[in-house]
Ligand binder design. Structure first.
Ligand code: URA
Length: 214
């Protein structure tokens, strides 16, 4: 079974990423601090996940002469946020790719069947021309990740990647079993899930910590 050792799992070990993640994990970090760090981390993770984005050359004029210089086509990129915690990463991502489009997907877990049920879905038009980065800070059970990627695949985008901050080994295995071609970018792979589906050691409930709802 695909797992954390898969070449499609990109564990971003840059010291700045790890440092900021440590600060976020601290239970005493305020919501303001948590949100600020999440924004900064999202910018750093954007740097990694866009590393292989295609560029095209455009003609510009420096103060000295004309030249052909590379540009990315940010409009081709979609950040698809899994509500609600994914929204906490959008600001940082958009700061580095301001022309990117944004989609949202809302899912809740049916208490009887434990299946992910969609309650909101809005993506940009022309998805077959776009590269999608699905965004959620926590890849825990992997159920909402699988449901989100499955739904986005119905729109046939050019490519899909998955961006999180923390991943549980179970979440990675579940997402890769369902969507083996989707690369996962994460800042940490934690030990396990607890009985409530929380990642441990983790950082708690990302949504509550971002929005101060606890
Ligand atoms: N969602 C969270 O916010 N935290 C976890 O640990 C798992 C899922």
């Amino acid at each position: 079974m695909p797992n954390a050792a898969s070449p499609l799992v990109h564990h971003v070990t840059h010291p700045l990423v790890q440092h900021k993640l440590t600060l976020m994990r601290n239970r005493h970090a305020s919501s303001t601090t948590f949100r600020t760090l999440l924004g900064e981390l999202s910018m750093l993770m954007a740097y990694e996940i866009t590393r292989d984005m295609p560029t095209h050359r455009v003609e510009i004029e420096t103060p000295l002469e004309k030249m052909q210089s590379p540009m990315i086509d940010g409009k081709k990129l979609v950040f698809a946020s899994i509500l609600r915690a994914g929204n906490g990463m959008l600001e940082g991502l958009l700061r580095v790719v301001p022309n990117a489009r944004v989609g949202h997907i809302g899912l809740y877990r049916d208490p009887a069947t434990l299946e992910a049920v969609e309650y909101y879905f809005k993506m940009p038009t022309d998805m077959p021309e776009r590269d999608v980065i699905v965004v959620d800070p926590m890849l825990a059970t992997g159920h909402s990740a699988v449901a989100a990627v499955s739904r986005i695949k119905t729109l046939a985008p050019r490519s899909i990647k998955y961006l999180c901050l923390l991943a549980a080994p179970q979440g990675i295995a579940t997402l890769h079993a369902a969507h083996p071609e989707v690369p996962i970018y994460t800042a940490a792979i934690d030990r396990e899930l607890n009985d409530h589906g929380y990642i441990v050691p983790g950082l708690g409930d990302a949504g509550d910590r971002i929005f101060g709802t606890k």
